[in-house]
Design a protein around this ligand. Structure first.
Ligand code: SAH
Ligand code: SF4
Ligand code: F3S
Length: 467
């Protein structure tokens, strides 16, 4: 484990930037920072550390990229589309740099762990000052200091550490919901996936560090805590995942504990037992299945088959009848036949998922699946996606309807995104979205909501007030 606070290079870089920023602030030009995030919750959690380090260096939050002296773009590489979106946002920084050459522009995250992307940024995006791959994130102060002091571009690749890094400050986006990374990286090498290449091998934090972080969060008012990792059930700190979960569950307080993501190949009976017997553990399991066809699952290198997946679902439901099960599905994996695709549809039907995140297969350079010869055409992929969505929507609706008339505990998040005045939204313990009328005092609190109407992906109801 590395502690940045004991690391001379880290602390001296922070101190140097801090001093520079203090001088600017005294002249009335306090420098500001802005972070743009793409990708999964792991990236959201990383961005909270980037914000933490930026504030530690003496930057204040900016309203947007235009009034920032430090812009960091935290990228995702999971699909082609994610990379193209990030590149387009990076491209927009050109104008900002033309207006003010002193603005520091950095790109980090999964895209920048690929040599060809770093080369591309170096060559075609001359206004990008530095890149930092995910396992070098704690080198942010050093990158910023070296760009500002030496006016040199820095492209940090292959300099990261393969240990958990502790001590980076965190600026969280919400008080009542919090992400806690418990492990980093992935060893699974699913044949379609870029993550093991860009986030490197699995490394787990010490359970003591995690428990302290969660305890502090609860004391500060966090009500919903999500443990994060590419495959949380392969957590191997000084204990295994079920043990970590049950130690966290033993903490006192009014909170819900969640975890993301689990790999179906290692959902143990012990894990199910801990969740079922938990006091704080949410009745929700995100269990990405990817495909319902045994041949495709084998080609994906997933290490389970349809029967085993269904058996796990059954065990979960037997132990916790009210559990919500959600999943990820890929359509159009190389060589997927019409029949194999229907196996995925029939699996969705058989399980009855509460929600599915479905993705069109996107070839990722350097992964085995991208080299497979029988790639599926865009037309077929698009057509299968439409059919998949129909089946997934019907399953979600069937799972949602029985909630009508029920009263559920909801953690209130804030005003509904596109709702009418006075409408708020929140999440049930099963992580289902609910809309209801509320007041600002309800935000961040658990409330009981009576569900009046349930659509596939959102429910509508009323808070029950104690009289
Ligand atoms: N570690 C997690 C998820 C990581 S990525 C897990 O194993 O479940 C989130 C989802 O993106 C995956 O579950 C998969 O469905 C999808 N995904 C990954 N690589 C993809 C690719 N090349 N094309 C399309 N979808 C992909
Ligand atoms: Fe990718 Fe598979 Fe690892 Fe998930 S488990 S991150 S899909 S390689
Ligand atoms: Fe994307 Fe990296 Fe997450 S590739 S999905 S940001 S682990």
């Amino acid at each position: 484990m590395i502690q940045v606070n004991n690391d001379a290079a880290y602390t001296s870089a922070v101190a140097w930037v801090q001093a520079e920023n203090r001088t600017l602030a005294q002249r009335g030009a306090a420098p500001r920072y802005h972070v743009i995030t793409f990708g999964c919750q792991q990236n959201e959690a990383d961005s909270e550390r980037i914000r933490g380090m930026a504030e530690q260096m003496g930057y204040l939050p900016a309203k947007g990229p235009e009034d920032a002296a430090l812009i960091v773009i935290n990228t995702c590489a999971i699909r082609e589309h994610a990379e193209l979106r990030a590149l387009s946002v990076i491209g927009r920084c050109k104008k900002i740099k033309e207006r003010d050459r002193s603005v520091v522009i950095g790109v980090c995250g999964c895209m920048t762990a690929q040599e060809r992307r770093v080369e591309q940024l170096k060559r075609s995006y001359p206004y990008v000052d530095f890149t930092l791959e995910p396992c070098s994130m704690h080198l942010l102060p050093q990158a910023v200091a070296s760009v500002r002091r030496d006016h040199r571009r820095r492209f940090l690749l292959g300099e990261g550490v393969l240990e958990a890094v502790e001590g980076m400050p965190i600026v969280r986006s919400a008080r009542h919901r919090a992400y806690v990374s418990i492990m980093y990286g992935c060893n699974n090498f699913c044949s379609y996936c870029i993550v093991p290449y860009v986030r490197d091998r699995e490394r787990s934090r010490d359970s003591g560090e995690i428990i302290n972080e969660v305890r502090t969060l609860i004391a500060k008012g966090a009500r919903d805590i999500t443990l994060l990792g590419q495959n949380v059930n392969s957590y191997r700190g000084d204990c295994d995942f079920p043990a970590l979960l049950s130690r966290l569950d033993a903490l006192e307080g009014d909170f819900v504990l969640r975890f993301m993501t689990s790999h179906p190949k290692d959902v143990s009976d012990r894990l199910i037992e801990v969740i079922a017997g938990g006091r704080h553990i949410a009745p929700h399991f995100h269990l990405p299945v990817q495909s319902g066809s045994d041949r495709i699952l084998a080609r994906m290198n997933r290490h389970y088959d349809r029967a085993r997946y269904l058996a796990t679902v059954e065990k979960l439901r037997r132990a916790m009848p009210d559990i919500a099960i959600t999943s990820d599905v890929i359509v159009g994996f190389p060589g997927e036949t019409e029949e194999e695709f229907s196996d995925t549809l029939s699996l969705i039907d058989a399980v009855g998922f509460d929600m599915i995140y479905s993705f069109i297969y996107s070839p990722r350079k350097g992964t085995p699946a991208a080299e497979m010869e029988d790639q599926i055409s865009d037309e077929v992929k698009g057509e299968r996606m439409r059919r998949l969505l129909e089946v997934a929507d019907a399953a979600a609706l069937a799972r949602a309807k029985p909630y009508e008339g029920k009263t559920l505990r909801v953690l209130v998040d804030g005003e509904s995104k596109n709702g009418a005045d006075g409408m708020y939204s929140g999440r049930t313990d099963q992580n289902k979205l609910v809309h209801f009328a509320a007041t600002p005092e309800d935000v961040g609190q658990f409330r009981l909501v009576r569900v009046e109407r349930a659509d596939g992906y959102a429910m509508h109801g009323q808070i029950i007030r104690e009289s």
